[in-house]
Every structure is written in structure tokens, then in C-alpha cells.
Design a protein around this ligand. Structure first.
Ligand code: COA
Length: 437
């Protein structure tokens, strides 16, 4: 019972707790739907008293007041994956971005490349032993807490208690702020209102489903493409999940018994993830649910761990793919859009998995059909996220291009075949001009 009095002794208001942040500190923020809004607001409110505070995190949901123009000089954000709330600030040079594989973010903390002076986290209430769960995301927050000099925790009864390697004892936390507010929900980026667009995603989903054999283990990101795939898996058998993140679409397949994890070769019987992005439905699903095991991203996303899953199918998306197979997923020209996240981690893990299939899926066009996403070369300033030797399958609504082990000539033909018909001749003409075909 000792921990209960320790817990009480650490209780503060948010305004009191954030007083420990000093000018020049590195502050880590729990990302995704776990974002500790009350603590962030309190920190930003005292921004005027602080200078040069570094704010480090991957994608968060909601307001990020520390990137506003008024906060320049007080806070400087470093996006380890750019979310929509900081994208403009990065584009305007008001915030920084770091290219990093998700499985290596923890290494930045462990190797003290990124110090963690203060960690702001959002936790479930302690259990009978005094352990709080990291809730909707354990990703790199557990490593950040292991390295943090000071941890300030927002403790919330609405935070699900998830199972796995995702707990912290209250003795490790310096300041506790109790809140009772809804967990931030991710608007479903995959929700499509345009029927034409929906048709494109459905076709892509159908093609990806063709690649998924019974007994496969899946990684899927959020968005229209993974959600569309899930609609085509109802006739599959004995699927498993090993993924950095998942959202609501998976629940139906679990309830139908399609996802039962029984044939997994690692963590048999369990879905493995390191965070969820979604709404209350998914938060309730993971609460105390022994079918789901959460682990930090340096474990879940380690390509050598991923590869231990037989028939691992990794499904990731892209902004552009050139006709040799170079994938750009994190920038539109020089405009930094998102990040590496787990794309390369899973593409490489799946390619080493026995029977594994790394898949890149994208609509053939952007901007209402004006632009081809299959391009002669990546537009100037665009970066390669997944390189062409790592790419195996590329899927659009026009089919599946199989690139692994293929010559440049074969790749070019495969990729032109899945481009929108109205751009194919232009792509062919370019390929001829540089003697690819
Ligand atoms: N040229 C110009 N604009 C383009 C474009 C192109 N070739 N391709 C896409 N766009 C625009 C779209 O029109 C859209 O604009 P809008 O927001 O104004 O509608 C925007 O870029 C996003 O494109 P969309 O295809 O809707 O993105 P998405 O939400 O499906 O996400 C990625 C796709 C690639 C951005 C996303 O998967 C990502 O960030 N990946 C990073 C790496 C990764 O896969 N990690 C694993 C998961 S963490």
C-alpha cells in the first residue's frame, strides 16, 4: 500500500508541475492520441518565461501551441515524424524535422543524442501494484521515460490499461497531474466521401488482398488504403497482426475470427503493436485485452524482429514512385510532409521474412487525376524513403507491379502498366529517351 502515499505526495496542478521546465531543456512529449494536452497547454502558457526549450516528438493530434510564431525563441520543435499540426511550421522554418527510422528513435535517447530533461506523458491510473500503463501508445515513450531526468504524468481514468511491455511504476514519476478528460481521437484520415476515390481505394484493397495468403501476419498503417484492404480479408483464415500501429478496421476481423494470431511464429496468439490511432472504439478494444500486446517501437519495428514472423505482409503508402521503383513517402518535392515512420523497418522486415511480402500501395494519380504518382523521376527536392532495391510490390488501382529481382527494363514496364492510362505514353517516351526500354 506504500505506493498510494507516494502517489498522493506527487500530486500537483498542471501549472505547478510544468514549473520544473527550464530554459534550454529538452522536453519529450507522448505522441499520437496519448498527447497530454493539459500539460502542453500549461507549458505553452508559461512560454514567455522560457527561452530555447526543445520540444521533441513524433506525430501528435491536436494543438501544438509551441510552434506558433509568438512562441519563436521560447520553444523550438523537432519533429521526428511530421504531423499535420506542425507541417506548416516545419515548411516555414519555424520548426525542425529529423529523418529517422521509427525503430531507431529510442537509440537517440539511449545514446544521449537527444537528451530528455523532462518527459510529458499521459498514463492510465495505477493498478493495485502502483503500475500505470502507457495506454494508447508505448512507442518511444517508454525509452524516453527511462532516460528522462524528470517525468510529469497526466493520469486519466479514460486512458485504457493496455498489456505487454508498457508499464511504468509511479515511483519513477516525479510529478502527477490528475485529469478526467476524453482521450484525443484521430480523425479517420481514411474516411473517403468521394465515391470515385472510394472506388480507387477499393480496387487497391482488392489487389493487395490477392497478395495476402492465409496464415499471413500483417502490418498496416492508418488511412484509406489499409482500411480498404481490411474489407477484402473476410474470407481469409488464421491471419495475425504485428504492426507499429492499428486502427478500428481490425476489430471486425478479430470478431469474425479471421485475425486469430494462431499461426504466428512470434507472439503466437497475440496481436503486437506499439500504438493505436483511432477513436473510442479502438481505445475500448485494447483496454485490458489480453489478445493485444504492446511493446516499444524499437522492438516492434526492429526489422530482425519483424522478419521472425513467417509470411509477414507489410502494407505502406507513398506520395510518388519513379519508374525504377524509388519510393517517396515523406516529402512533396522539398516540402517535408511526414517522415520515415515504420515504412522502411517493415519493408525490410517483411522482405527477410520466410514467404514475406513488402507492399507499397498508392493511388495512380493525385490532385483529382491531374498528376501521375508514377513518375519518370522523383520531382526535384523529393527524398527517397524506400530505395528501389528494397521494393518488392507496388500496387495501384490498375494492378500489381512485381519488382524484386527484376531488371530496370522489366521494372519500368511493370510500373508503367500500373500507371493511369493517360500518363503511360509520356512515361514510355521518357523511358525510351534514357534507354531504360
Ligand atoms: N504530388 C503532389 N501532391 C501530392 C502527391 C504528389 N505526387 N501525392 C499526394 N499528394 C497530396 C494529396 O493530394 C494530398 O493532399 P490533400 O491533403 O490536400 O488532399 C496529400 O498529398 C496527402 O496525400 P494522400 O495520398 O492523401 O496521403 P495519405 O494520407 O494516404 O498518406 C503518405 C500517404 C505516404 C503521406 C503516408 O503514408 C506517410 O506519411 N507515409 C510515411 C512513411 C510511412 O509509410 N510510414 C509507415 C506508417 S508510420
Amino acid at each position: 500500500m506504500e505506493w498510494k502515499s507516494i502517489y498522493r505526495s506527487k500530486l500537483k496542478t498542471a501549472d505547478e508541475a510544468v514549473q520544473v521546465i527550464k530554459s534550454g531543456d529538452h522536453v519529450y512529449i507522448h505522441p499520437g492520441c496519448a498527447v497530454p494536452e493539459t500539460l502542453i497547454k500549461a507549458m505553452v502558457a508559461r512560454g514567455g518565461e522560457l527561452t530555447d526549450v526543445h520540444i521533441d516528438h513524433i506525430l501528435t493530434i491536436g494543438e501544438a501551441g509551441y510552434v506558433s510564431e509568438e512562441m519563436q525563441g521560447h520553444f523550438r520543435h523537432n519533429a521526428l515524424f511530421i504531423g499535420s499540426n506542425v507541417r506548416n511550421a516545419v515548411g516555414q522554418g519555424l520548426a525542425d524535422a529529423t529523418h529517422i527510422y521509427l525503430h531507431q528513435v529510442a537509440k537517440l535517447f539511449y545514446d544521449k543524442i537527444l537528451p530528455v530533461d523532462v518527459a510529458l506523458v499521459h498514463l492510465s491510473p495505477p493498478d493495485e501494484h502502483g503500475f500505470c500503463s502507457f495506454g494508447v501508445g508505448v512507442e518511444m515513450t517508454k525509452p524516453a521515460c527511462e532516460m528522462a531526468k524528470i517525468i510529469i504524468a497526466q493520469v486519466n481514468p479514460n486512458m485504457p490499461r493496455v498489456l505487454g511491455d508498457c508499464f511504468i511504476h509511479i515511483s519513477k514519476i516525479q510529478h502527477i497531474v490528475e485529469v478526467d478528460s476524453p482521450i484525443k481521437e484521430m480523425p479517420q484520415v481514411g474516411e473517403v466521401t468521394d465515391p470515385g476515390e472510394q472506388e480507387v481505394y477499393d480496387k487497391i484493397g482488392g489487389y493487395i488482398a490477392e497478395l495476402i495468403e492465409d496464415e499471413s501476419t500483417l502490418q498496416m498503417g492508418i488511412g484509406a488504403i489499409p482500411d480498404a484492404v481490411l474489407n477484402y480479408l473476410e474470407n481469409k483464415r488464421d491471419l495475425g497482426i504485428h504492426t507499429e500501429m492499428f486502427s478500428d478496421g481490425v476489430i471486425k476481423l478479430v470478431e469474425m475470427g479471421v485475425v486469430n494470431n494462431e499461426k504466428k511464429t512470434l507472439h503466437k496468439g497475440k496481436m503486437v503493436a506499439s500504438f493505436v490511432l483511432g477513436n473510442r472504439t479502438i481505445f475500448d478494444f485494447i483496454d485490458n485485452n489480453p489478445i493485444v500486446e504492446f511493446h516499444p517501437s524499437h522492438y516492434v519495428n526492429d526489422p530482425f524482429i519483424i522478419a521472425q514472423n513467417r509470411k509477414m505482409v507489410a502494407i505502406n503508402s507513398a506520395l510518388q514512385v519513379d519508374i525504377t521503383g524509388q519510393v517517396c513517402a515523406d516529402s512533396i518535392g522539398p516540402r517535408l510532409f511526414s517522415g520515415f515512420g515504420g515504412q522502411v523497418d517493415f519493408i525490410r522486415g517483411a522482405s527477410r521474412s520466410p514467404g514475406g511480402k513488402p507492399v507499397i500501395a498508392l493511388p495512380a494519380t493525385a490532385k483529382g487525376g491531374e498528376l501521375s504518382r508514377i513518375v519518370p523521376y522523383l520531382i526535384p527536392g523529393a527524398g527517397v524513403t524506400t530505395n528501389r532495391a528494397d521494393v518488392h510490390y507496388v500496387v495501384t488501382e490498375f494492378g500489381i507491379a512485381s519488382l524484386f529481382g527484376k531488371t530496370v527494363r522489366q521494372r519500368v514496364n511493370e510500373l508503367i502498366h500500373i500507371a493511369h492510362p493517360k500518363f503511360r505514353e509520356e512515361l514510355r517516351a521518357y523511358a525510351r529517351s534514357v534507354k531504360y526500354i
